[in-house]
Structures are given as C-alpha cells and as structure tokens.
Design a protein around this ligand. Structure first.
Ligand code: ATP
Ligand code: MN
Length: 484
C-alpha cells in the first residue's frame, strides 16, 4: 500500500512522541540544508522535517524546493524548536513531484491577493487561501447539518430553466443553435427557438426559488444549495457571475418565522465555523488586522474578525421596517450634509448599498433585518401587506444586511392568494401562461409560506473577513474572466 500517511494536522496534535510516521505534502521552505517545512492542506501549520546533515544525498537535497511534493518517513520526536511540539526526524525522503524553483510562481513571501487571483490554480497552497477554503467547506457542511437536523429536504433545482419570471438579474442564454448567423429564424427575423435543443429559449438559473416553492407544498420544509448565474456586468467586490445560493422555503411560515429561521441559521453556521476552524479564523483575523493597518483610521473596522463574529452570534439582529429605515436615513446628518451619493428624500426609493452600510455600520452597528419594502421595488411573488396607507403598498419582504457586506439575505413571505398574485403579475407584465405550474400551487392546496436566499460567497466573505468576493470562491467568474 502506497498511502499509509498520517495527516499533518493529526500528527501535530499528537501528545506523545517516539513513534514512526509517514507524511506527504508540499514543501513550503527548506532551510539550512536540513529543515523542511511541509504542508498537506490539513492545517496551516507545517510539520518540520529534519533531514540530518550527511544522511541524505546532495542530489536529493537539491530537489527539496518550494512547491515540490514529497513523502517523508521518520520518527516523531519532541521538538526543541519553538512553535511546535513535535517534528519528524527523517529516515527516508522520496520526491513525488519536483518543482522548478526558478519557475514556481509562489515564493515564500507575501504575494498580493490580486496576483494570487491570476494564479488561482496555485493559490490553494498559500496560508490565506487554504484557510479561506477550509472555512468555506466548514460553512457548507454546517448549512447541510443545520437543515438536516431540522428535518428539511435538500432539493436539487434545475440549472437550466426556461423561466425568466423572477427578474432577479440578467441571464446567460443556453443554446445549441449556431452562433454564426445561421440559426433558424422566424418570419419576423427573430431566432426560432422551437428549433433549439429544448424546443424553446433557455437560460442558466438565477434562483431556485420558484421550483423550491413547489416542493415546499409537499415536504413543508425544503432548502436548495446550488450554483446560480447572473450576467450582471457589475465589477464590484460583492458580485459574481456564478455564485452559490442557499434557498430554504417553508410552508406555514410567515414573515416573522422566516426572520427567525434566517437569524438562527446564520448564527448556527458561524458558530460551527468558530468551533471547528478556530486556527484558520485566528489566522484570517491576523491577516485582516494587518490589512486594516494600511487603511486610514476612519475606514478601519472597530472590531477584529473574531470579536465581530462573536458579537453577531451573541446579539439579536436589529429588525425594522423599510419605512422606519427611510426616516432614519432622511434625518441622518449624513443625508443632511449630502454625504450620500444618492440622497434619501422620499418614501419609495430603493436603498443603495451606501444606505444599507450606513444603517448597519454607522447607525445600529449590528446586522439589520429590513422588512416591508414598497411593492414597487420588489418581486411579484412577495406577499402584499394588508391595511397599507393609501399609495404606500408594501410587501412582506425581508433583507438581512451585514456589516462590511451589505445585503446577505433576501427573502419574503410569498403571496399565496391567487387573485392578488395574478393581479400583481399582470401589473408587472409577467405572462401567467408561462408560469402555469407555479400558479397551480395556488390552486391546489395553497398555504402561507415563506423563504429566503442567502448568497453563500457573501457569507464566506463575512466569516473570513475577505474584502473581495473573488477571493472566497475557488475559481471566480466575473466579467472578462473565466480562466481555469
Ligand atoms: P444585490 O442587491 O446585492 O445585487 P440582489 O437583490 O440582486 O442583491 P437577490 O436576488 O435577493 O439579491 O439574491 C439573494 C442573495 O444572493 C443576495 O442577498 C446576495 O447574498 C446574493 N447575491 C445576489 N447577487 C449576487 C451576485 N451577483 N454574486 C454573489 N452573490 C449574490
Ligand atoms: Mn443584484
């Protein structure tokens, strides 16, 4: 058997010494022709391997370069060096894969995140990215655990869809028709999608919600967790063209139940990461602290990463209505001194991210759940609130805003009353015949229900403190970039 290695994380945690072990991994550094720092991705801590002077061939030692992959066997001994309890005194070293030191782009020094993005295929081998992606994994696992333990069914919704109903964002077209102008045409010159693969025009999904609702009308509690796509040309630190979304949908929940679920969910997954990835988060906290030192004082966050996460887990999110938020914003000194790019003057305007950040970071200094938005600025399926002031129709929507990120969750109670739903669809020019299957749920055993969508990468950003969303997904997709 080739592989009877012990993972470096496990080895470093071992209390006793004086046993034989084999480790495999990638050389981070080799110094004094004798000390190898080896990493296998199980932890950011390297195992120190001692290749005693005179015991190994010069030819072999020359191949112990940064990036090389090796297998080392030896005795685990108590370490004299500081920073580690044990080290491995090598008896055998085998090179599994050489790495040309002249050409390997990762040097044992600090590289910028921008540079590392250009070599995303190798950036897993840095401390920052291995910590980020281990935390990403832990969060994904915690998400499944949270819902599984509550009896939710994990539903796989389609990636290719024909509906463009939700209007959540610009879509990527899916087609097998020729792109060279020879696609079959209708009489009016438009492309004849009846001749396309699916016999109709199709896109990559922007959200699994509508299909999720169908399943909630049978299982009561479902969630999705899958990729979604938006061809939005927004070069921001919070938008990707391909991102992962978690969308629970729950029968018999109203807006308040929905808020309670979302808040409990966010706290649970953060707590899980804090318990299981303490070292990684401490490393990332340190990284963030150093990054913050480069910023002017007023742009630095008041809390360090760990304190921020603790604070979020331990405190209630601030809940208020859109109308209350507009009042706060309108009356703020920020608004009066015209410091917002978009001034808040009247009820009904959509909130810009500068407004969201003001509420979260300056005013409340904690996560905020905003509810009851004007119907005009929200999707057709959101439940229309009863007894609204004339001219101020609101819907039972909820957005959760997080410090440093802005919107992390968007959700609502859904309109289950078919007459109201149909009227709204007509007003918004959404063709009812295309959504016949969705409307069927309102005809056959409709019930109050609610759900939300959480952008997974925004959550990972929040927990890891990474400033750019492109650094929390292994291979980011954004305008002009689909390398790897
Ligand atoms: P935003 O206003 O930030 O563009 P949105 O209103 O378009 O968000 P929703 O359609 O409500 O967002 O999507 C649900 C969640 O998906 C958002 O709360 C956010 O966390 C995430 N999200 C939306 N668009 C993107 C994107 N392009 N990249 C990454 N995450 C996204
Ligand atoms: Mn958007």
């Amino acid at each position: 058997m080739f592989n009877k290695r012990i993972k470096i994380k496990e080895l470093l945690a071992s209390e006793e010494a004086n046993y034989e072990a084999t480790v495999m991994g990638w050389v981070r550094t080799f110094r004094n022709n004798q000390f190898i720092a080896l990493n296998d991705g199980s932890t950011n801590n390297n195992i120190q391997i001692v290749a005693e002077l005179g015991k190994f061939d010069e030819a072999l030692l020359k191949r112990l370069t940064t990036g090389a992959c090796i297998k080392a066997t030896g005795e685990v001994i108590a370490s004299l060096g500081k920073g580690q309890k044990v080290e491995l005194k090598a008896t055998e070293i085998e090179i599994l894969g050489d790495s040309d030191a002249e050409k390997f782009p990762l040097q044992p020094k600090k590289h910028s995140l921008e540079f590392l993005r250009e070599i995303a295929h190798l950036r897993f081998r840095t401390n920052t990215f291995s910590a980020v992606f281990r935390v990403r994994h832990a969060l994904a696992f915690a998400i499944h655990k949270f819902f599984n333990d509550k009896g939710f069914v994990y539903l796989h919704t389609p990636i290719i869809t024909a509906s463009d109903a939700e209007g959540a964002g610009e879509m990527f077209k899916v087609t097998t028709l020729p792109l060279d102008g020879n696609a079959p045409k209708n009489d009016d010159g438009s492309i004849n999608f009846a001749a396309d693969f699916f016999g109709r025009s199709t896109n990559l999904t922007v959200s699994g919600q509508l299909e999720g609702e169908l399943a909630a009308m049978a299982f009561s509690d479902i969630y999705t967790f899958g990729p979604t796509f938006r061809a939005e040309n927004s070069n921001t630190t919070r938008h990707l063209a391909e991102f992962w979304m978690i969308e629970p949908e729950v029968a018999f929940n109203d807006l308040e139940d929905n808020m309670n679920l979302a808040e409990a969910f966010i706290k649970y997954v953060i707590k899980h990461a804090m318990e299981h990835n303490k070292e990684d988060l401490e490393f990332l906290a340190q990284r963030l602290e150093e990054e913050e030192k480069q910023k002017p004082q007023q742009d630095r966050s008041e809390l360090g990463l760990i304190d921020k996460l603790n604070f979020v887990v331990e405190n209630d999110f601030q809940r208020l209505t859109y109308t209350e938020a507009i009042e706060i914003l309108r009356e703020s000194n920020h608004n009066k001194k015209k410091k917002f790019q978009y001034l808040v003057d009247k009820w009904g305007v959509d909130l810009q991210s500068e407004h969201e950040r003001y509420l979260v970071e300056k005013h409340f200094k904690k996560p905020v759940i905003l509810t009851d938005y004007p119907a005009e600025i929200k999707a057709f399926y959101m439940r229309q609130n009863d007894n609204c002031e004339p001219g101020r129709q609101t819907v039972a929507a909820m957005d959760i805003l997080a410090p440093g990120i802005g919107e992390i969750v968007g959700g609502s109670q859904r309109e289950e009353r078919i007459d109201k739903l149909l009227k709204r669809m007509e007003e918004m020019h959404i063709p009812a015949e295309e959504l016949w299957w969705y409307l069927d749920t309102r005809k056959f055993g409709a019930c109050p229900h609610a759900g939300f969508g959480l952008g997974f990468e925004r959550l990972v950003q929040f927990v890891t403190g990474m400033g750019n969303i492109r650094d929390v997904i292994p291979f980011p997709r954004y305008p002009k970039s689909a390398e790897f």
